[in-house]
Design a protein around this ligand. Structure first.
Ligand code: DNO
Length: 356
């Protein structure tokens, strides 16, 4: 496996490239042009500048997370034709800079959703928390206002400048069923996968987070059945997955090690993190350690080892530790600890397991 670290760029991240290259076993970053709006072409010079900046620290820039998809594509509007052309241009530009994997998602309106970005854990650290009951009793607008009191602390898809459009977007989805969303995803993939094959760049869809419908919006990448359907939409290895143990792991029926075995040829990017689930549907993000959450991360890494995983992997969200001031879920310390935990398991397996 190839260990990487998510980096939000020199203007948007408290973590520096020089911090990342000090984490053992970490060779690259998952990056993006974070100032780009969905639907804008990423031009070669700006891609090149970022890629060269990353490489100057001895890190590779082979994974992009994410090139976001314009809502008109997800809604299946006539303007999707133009937005898909732009997406294709971005794919070509990224491929010419040596990018190998593009992570994306097909969640309507919002990306990941939490109700508290700094929920205190027993040890005094804080972490991202999802309270099911709150989501059922709060409007998206009220939730956005609550969590964006500090403008630095937003979630992707929840930017304050989008506030005005949120209601309009939600209304636009009122007549879109899950089946419609599947058809729109198929349409998109049928256009982009042939280009990916031509330029050797793999698409890796990120599952829904949380893996169920929120605010009445359709969500379709939440379970094993959904992943089976996704890989069948366009039968090409270039149509693949970002298998996120935390996003999928919030649902007790999702067996992550079994998914790793079943979809082994289509996993191009692995996100690893732990969550502690509660019976009422709430969950909190914990350290990576198996004992701290509901997902057995030892078994997750063991499954990657069993399939001989050679793709990219990164620690996903971490807790906020030792007074760190960082993007929610994206501090340096807990994610670096997560890497050492994963590599510890992996290296032990490489040596044939622990023997007394
Ligand atoms: C959350 C991330 C997601 C992911 C996107 C991919 O922290 O895993 O925001 O990057 O869903 O498009």
């Amino acid at each position: 496996m190839k260990m990487i670290f998510r980096w939000y760029g020199k203007n948007n991240d408290s973590v520096l490239l020089n911090h990342i290259n000090q984490i053992p076993g970490t060779d690259g970053v998952a990056w993006a042009l974070h100032d780009k709006q969905p639907g804008e072409v990423w031009n070669q010079p700006e891609i090149q500048e970022t890629v060269e900046g990353i490489r100057s620290y001895g890190l590779h820039a082979e994974v992009v997370e994410s090139v976001n998809i314009h809502e008109d594509i997800k809604l299946g509007l006539p303007s999707r034709v133009e937005y898909i052309e732009k997406y294709v241009q971005t794919i070509r530009n990224l491929a010419s800079a040596g990018v190998k994997v593009i992570c994306y998602n097909f969640m309507p309106v919002f990306d990941w959703i939490r109700t508290d970005l700094h929920k205190e854990l027993e040890d005094g650290s804080t972490a991202l928390f999802y309270e099911n009951n709150k989501i059922q009793h709060i409007t998206p607008e009220a939730l956005i206002k609550k969590i964006t009191k500090n403008p630095e602390f937003t979630m992707p898809g929840w930017e304050p400048e989008r506030l005005d459009q949120i209601q309009t977007l939600i209304d636009q989805y009122k007549n879109i069923t899950e089946e419609d969303l599947w058809e729109h995803l198929r349409y998109f993939l049928e256009k982009v996968i042939p280009v990916c094959e031509e330029c050797d760049i793999r698409m890796a869809i990120h599952p829904d987070d949380p893996p169920w419908s929120v605010f009445g919006l359709p969500r379709i990448i939440s379970s094993r059945k959904d992943l089976q359907r996704l890989v069948g939409l366009v039968d090409s290895e270039y149509n693949g997955l970002t298998l996120c143990s935390g996003a999928l792991g919030a649902h007790p029926e999702n067996n992550i090690p079994a998914m790793i075995h079943e979809f082994k040829d289509r996993i191009h990017f692995a996100h690893v993190r732990n969550v502690r689930r509660y019976d009422n549907g709430d969950f909190i993000e914990t350290s990576h350690r198996a004992a701290d959450g509901s997902v057995d991360i030892v078994k997750v890494i063991q499954a990657y080892h069993e399939i001989g995983y050679e793709g990219y992997i990164r620690p996903d969200h971490g807790r906020h530790l030792w007074g760190e001031n960082c993007r929610p879920g994206y501090g340096l310390y807990d994610r670096a600890l997560g890497i050492m935990y994963m590599l510890g398991i992996w290296d032990t397996l490489e040596k044939g397991g622990y023997k007394q």
